[in-house]
Design a protein around this ligand. Sequence first.
Ligand code: MGD
Ligand code: MGD
Ligand code: SF4
Ligand code: MO
Length: 716
Amino acid sequence: MTDESGDPRRRDSSSEEAGDSTTANSPAEVPTTCMRCAVGCGLVHVVGGGGDGSKTVRGDPSNPVSRGAACRRGIHETANPRGERLTRPLVREDGELVPTSWSTAVSKASEAIRSAMATDPDDVAILGSGQQTNEAAYALGKLARAGIGTRNYDANTTLCMASAVAAYYRAFGSDAPPPTYDDIPAAETHLVWGANPAVAHPVLFQWIRQSAVDGRLIVVDPVETKTATAADEHVAVAPGRDLELARAVLAHLVDTGRIDESFVDAATTGFDEVVADLPSVADAAADAGVSLETVEMLAAAFDDPTLVYWGMGVNQSIRGTATAGALIDLCLASGNLGPGSGPFSLTGQANSMGTRVCSSKGTWPGHRPFDHPGHRQAVADAWSVPVSRLPDDAGPGPVGVLDSSPSVVWTVATNPVAGFPDATTAIEHLEDAFLVAQDAFRSETVELADVVFPAATWGETEGTTVNMERRVSRVRPAIDPPADARSDLDIVADVASQVAPGLLPDSPADPAAVFDEFVALTAGTNADCSGLSYARLDREQAVRWPAPEPDTSAGYRYDGGSDPASWSFPTPSGKARFSTLDGDPLPEPTGEDFPLTLTTGRETDAYNTGVRSRGGDTAVSDDASARPVARVNPETIETYRGAVVDADHGRTTSIESRRASVRVTLAPDDAVPKGLVWLPIHHPLTNTLTTPAVDPVSNEPNFKQCAVRFRRSGGR
Ligand SMILES: Nc1nc2c(c(=O)[nH]1)N[C@H]1C(S)=C(S)[C@@H](COP(=O)(O)OP(=O)(O)OC[C@H]3O[C@@H](n4cnc5c(=O)[nH]c(N)nc54)[C@H](O)[C@@H]3O)O[C@H]1N2
Ligand SMILES: Nc1nc2c(c(=O)[nH]1)N[C@H]1C(S)=C(S)[C@@H](COP(=O)(O)OP(=O)(O)OC[C@H]3O[C@@H](n4cnc5c(=O)[nH]c(N)nc54)[C@H](O)[C@@H]3O)O[C@H]1N2
Ligand code: SF4
Ligand SMILES: [Mo]
């Protein structure tokens, strides 16, 4: 286990202070929220004495979300991020990135945007991020949609949560998982499906483990992950066959009379249609690669209060929305909705949830539907722009945005050169465009840019974030940003001043005022945050939306209590809907030419595209230490031994997909099933291999499976 500390999320337990003995509010201490994942732990920056700017970071015992708990990566990446900081604005001259002034950088970017806008607003593409504060994300969305008027605006959260979001809308008419962390101790069964929280959400995983001591932890993952190792049961589903497995379990719930009929009748629609279409348990189990006993074990889990957590193993698939919908169906059919139970997708990036509430990405602020005339008018009025300025639709998803070959691309806190599927195609589009990269660190995308905006980052900026259980909390600056780096909000405001004067405040913008503007726009919506203010967050630390009044906050999202008839959902019928999606077949089944399946995932001490975990070395050299390490079952290596070189310093091969070939070091690993090849997402070459296929409903890429083979020579 990692060095998580703090209390085991028992309602009755007292917190245990981690780290040193200083108290949370002495002058040198700044309470803030960790922005390294969406658990949203409260941290304290302890700023070194003597004015040297040094700082340490520890869990905040007074924080109501985490009560002192924090994980190793969260602490280390916040205190000492690796990676090469950007400190000066840069422009490309004669092929080189050279330092320049802020006014030159902002003018060059703004001129490019204005000139593209003059022909077609959609010719300007903007890629935002779930790693932004609400204030910066709100400002960027307002500029993108109401200043520039482009539909080609999206964020890396679509690479991550979009399938879960689409499934929530389809089932409940509203986004966000219903449960909260308070439900974890109350659940009997913890079903973790296509997620590895022991690695990706360590503090949350501690709470799950604690609760599972008296209950049960079941993990559905083709790989025997760190989470699976800690589980009571590990179900090694065949890669990409989760929909079949979930349908087999539903069919078995029906066959064994485990349906909560009074709940289904009173509170849901569509059940009969789903049942009419269900496969036989035996067929679906065989397709999923599991035994009938396993299906029975999974079905029995739903007899008790069950939380179903899921992650990228479900979402990042061409069938992501269908599978997430099928998991929600299992909860609905078995009456597992309400405290201690329900569908609980695990949000990845720290402010993915906030981005969805505030950034005008897929919906207008407050989850106002993008195409609803009344909401469009309300938003246009609030922003004092003609409604005709707002794009008609929310856009084609990040992959579609770049495929539209925009002439200007502005990236903010995202690294598409490494994070996009089929990265070579993404790179071609970025090379063809005028590229503005706004980042705190030197990333692969920065290397391609024409203009670079150096941004301040966590510990240096003021704002708010929203964790995966809908809690809004403050992030606060403890130290100054280095040299010329400026806050994301101010950079966006500066560009706005030249592209859409008057739309945003002049820099330096007051984050509290931007927050007030955003929450006012959510009044009366499903995601009402209008009862929030900085003063309230300073007092209460972390408040869950909907919070329509200064003294209200929310708990379980839809709680109808024990009478099924009293449940109501924000759907037209007021009832929750079963999913009718079949899900397309996998885009790249294995075959004779490409007999292996490549999957990609996360490691404990690295973060996403690795910009902050590779020591700033963005150059991919071909020496062995910089090669990606592929985990493969020893029997797979044996089967394809002709394609493997037994070099002195480990075995190497090239992994080839239909798009690229990458030289890797092979790490034999029994945890990976035969036929599967596991690469970390943290290496920039990984995504040259992946397929650009996306889920037709959510636009989320199919990052988790593509067909590959080994070859003895070749590759980058
Ligand atoms: N240490 C660390 N923590 C992180 C991050 C990080 O980069 N590093 N990133 C953050 C972000 S942005 C996110 S989105 C979250 C992601 O958190 P997770 O979703 O937990 O992360 P992944 O490792 O991408 O994928 C989860 C699991 O899906 C499994 N999987 C692959 N294919 C399939 C399949 O076909 N079916 C099933 N059932 N499972 C499958 C993989 O084996 C893997 O164990 O982590 C967040 N936390
Ligand atoms: N093959 C494969 N690909 C994947 C995934 C996968 O599982 N498999 N997962 C997908 C998922 S879930 C995600 S979330 C994406 C993530 O994809 P990206 O967003 O492309 O990856 P990150 O490495 O998180 O990039 C964030 C960038 O923001 C910068 N940054 C950090 N803090 C700040 C700040 O305060 N301001 C500014 N301006 N910049 C900042 C960092 O330096 C970094 O360059 O990757 C996706 N890609
Ligand atoms: S679990 Fe997530 S939010 Fe908590 S300290 Fe670790 S990285 Fe930060
Ligand atoms: Mo993510």
